[in-house]
Design a protein around this ligand. Structure first.
Ligand code: CMP
Length: 447
C-alpha cells in the first residue's frame, strides 16, 4: 500500500457533508429496518400500496446512491483514514455486499412477489443487512469522547433493544402467533406484548405457541431474550454506576477516612473538621485531582487548561490582563491552590515568608498579636505580600481563616517576575503595602 494513501487523521477530519450524509443514511437504514418487516408482516399492501411504493423507492434509491458515493470518499478505519484505491478496496472487503443486498427494495418486492407464501417476511428481513453499517456507526458514535457519553450510550443501547423487540414482534406475526382477523394496529400490539414478555423473560403464558414453527420461534426468542435481558441489566447497572463515578469515588474516600479516624481514635471535633473540609472540597468542585486527570494532555493543551483554571487571577487583578503567553505561562506555573478550614492560621506573625496569597473564595482575618483583628479580607483581596517585597521583613501579623477559604499561593520568584512585567500592578502593590505598614506602625506606636 502506498503510504501516501494512508493517513492517520482524526475522525473529525471527515468533512461536514459526509458526516451529515452518514447520519441521513443511518436514519434511512433504521427506518427501513423498522418499516419493511412491519409492513410485510402486517400486510399493509391493499390500502396503501402507492404510499408504500413511494417510500420504498425513495429510501432504496438513497441507500443505493450511498454505494457509489462510498467509492468516491475516504474510508474511516480504526487506525485512521484511507484514501483512493485502498479506501475502495477496504469498502469492497467490508460493507459493500451488506450494503448492496440490504439496499434492494425488499419490502415492495416481497409484498408483490411472495404474497402467498411464507417467504415474504424472511426475505424482507434482508433489508436488515444494512444494519451492519448502522452498528459500526453507532459504535463510533458512543466511543467518541463526549460530555454526554453516558446519555449517548444509554440511548443507542435502548434503541437497539427496541429494534430487536420490534423485529421479534414482526416475526411472531409472520409465524401466525397472533389471531387472524384483527386490525394491523391490534395485531401489532399483541405481537409486541408477546415480544416484550418473552424478551424480558416474564412470559405470562397468555399468548402461547400453538404450531411447531411458533414453538421453534418462541424457543429462539427466549434464548435471545435471556441473553438480551442479562446484557440490559448489566449495561444499565454499569452505566448508572458510572453516571456518578466521581461521587462514588468521593464516598469511598470518606469511608476509608472514617475507618482511619476511628482506628486512630481521633477526637470528635477533629473528625468533624476533616469531614467538613472534604464536604467543602466536594461542594466547590475543588476536590478533583486535576493533576492526575490532566497529566496525559499534550503540553499545549495542559497550558491552555492551566490558563483557564487560573483565570480568576486575571479577573481579580485586572492590571495583569493582556499579559503575553510566556508571562502568563510563567505566572501560572508558579501558582498552586490551597484550601483552609475556619480557624486555621495561614501565616504566623514574626516568621519569614516566601509566598503570598490571593483569596478566591472565603474570608480571612489579619490578626495583630497585641490588638487582635485589624482587618478582614475577602474574595479578590491578597495578603502576605509584605514579606515578599522586603525579604528581611518577617510576617507583620497572623492571618487566620474566618470561613472556608480557597486561596491561590504565589511563590516569591513568580511574584518578582509579575512586579517586573507589570509596573502598574507593582506600583499599586507598593502603595497598598505602604498603607498596611503605616497602619501597623501606627498600632505599634499606640501601644
Ligand atoms: P506579611 O507581613 O507578609 O504577612 C501578614 C500579612 O497580613 C501582610 O503581609 C499583609 O499582607 C497583611 N496585613 C498586614 N496588615 C494589614 C492591614 N492593616 N490590612 C490588611 N492586611 C494587612
Amino acid at each position: 500500500m502506498n503510504t501516501k494513501d494512508f493517513k492517520i487523521t482524526p475522525q473529525d477530519a471527515m468533512s461536514q457533508f459526509w458526516q451529515w450524509w452518514d447520519w441521513g443514511i443511518v436514519l434511512v437504514a433504521l427506518f427501513r429496518s423498522v418499516e419493511v418487516p412491519a409492513s410485510v408482516a402486517l400486510k399493509f399492501l391493499p390500502s396503501s400500496a402507492s404510499l408504500e411504493f413511494a417510500i420504498n423507492l425513495t429510501t432504496c434509491l438513497l441507500l443505493l446512491l450511498d454505494i457509489p458515493l462510498r467509492f468516491l470518499r475516504p474510508a474511516q478505519t480504526t487506525r485512521g483514514t484511507l484514501h483512493g484505491n485502498p479506501a475502495r478496496l477496504h469498502y469492497l472487503r467490508t460493507y459493500f455486499l451488506f450494503d448492496l443486498i440490504g439496499s434492494l427494495p425488499w419490502g415492495f418486492t416481497s409484498n408483490h412477489f411472495f404474497t402467498q407464501d411464507n417467504w415474504s417476511v424472511p426475505i424482507s428481513f434482508l433489508c436488515l443487512l444494512r444494519l451492519a453499517r448502522v452498528a459500526a456507526f453507532s459504535q463510533n458514535f458512543v466511543r467518541k469522547p463526549s460530555r454526554f457519553f453516558i446519555a449517548r450510550r444509554l440511548t443507542v443501547f435502548l434503541l437497539w433493544i427496541a429494534l430487536v423487540i420490534h423485529l421479534l414482534a414482526c416475526g411472531w406475526i409472520a409465524v401466525g402467533g397472533v389471531t387472524h382477523g384483527l386490525t394491523p394496529g391490534h395485531t401489532y400490539i399483541r405481537a409486541l406484548y408477546w415480544s416484550v414478555t418473552t424478551v424480558s423473560t416474564t412470559g405470562f403464558g397468555d399468548i402461547t405457541p400453538k404450531t411447531e414453527p411458533q414453538m421453534i420461534y418462541t424457543m429462539l426468542a427466549m434464548i435471545l431474550g435471556a441473553g438480551l435481558y442479562a446484557t440490559v441489566v448489566a449495561n444499565v447497572a454499569s452505566l448508572i454506576a458510572r453516571a456518578d463515578s466521581a461521587r462514588a469515588a468521593f464516598d469511598s474516600k470518606i469511608e476509608r477516612l472514617n475507618t482511619f479516624m476511628k482506628y486512630k481514635n481521633m477526637p470528635e471535633p477533629l473528625q468533624k473538621r476533616i469531614l467538613g473540609y472534604h464536604e467543602y472540597l466536594w461542594q466547590t468542585g475543588l476536590g478533583h485531582d486535576h493533576e492526575t486527570l490532566l497529566e496525559d494532555l499534550s503540553p499545549g493543551l495542559r497550558r491552555s487548561v492551566g490558563v483557564f483554571l487560573n483565570r480568576h487571577i486575571m479577573e481579580q487583578i485586572p492590571m495583569l490582563r493582556g499579559a503575553d503567553a510566556a508571562v502568563l505561562h510563567r505566572l501560572i506555573s508558579g501558582v498552586t491552590s490551597v484550601v483552609y478550614t475556619p480557624g486555621d492560621t495561614i501565616l504566623h506573625h514574626g516568621e519569614p515568608g516566601d509566598t503570598m496569597y490571593l483569596i478566591n473564595r472565603g474570608e480571612v482575618e489579619v490578626v495583630d498579636p497585641k490588638q487582635g483583628v485589624v482587618a478582614t479580607l475577602g474574595g479578590g483581596d491578597y495578603f502576605g505580600e509584605l514579606a515578599l517585597l522586603d525579604p528581611d521583613r518577617p510576617r507583620l501579623a497572623d492571618v487566620r481563616a474566618k470561613t472556608f477559604c480557597a486561596l491561590s499561593v504565589i511563590d516569591r520568584e513568580t511574584f518578582t517576575m509579575v512586579l517586573e512585567q507589570f509596573p502598574e500592578f507593582a506600583a499599586h502593590v507598593r502603595k497598598v503595602a505602604a498603607t498596611r505598614i503605616a497602619e501597623s506602625d501606627l498600632r505599634a506606636g499606640q501601644i
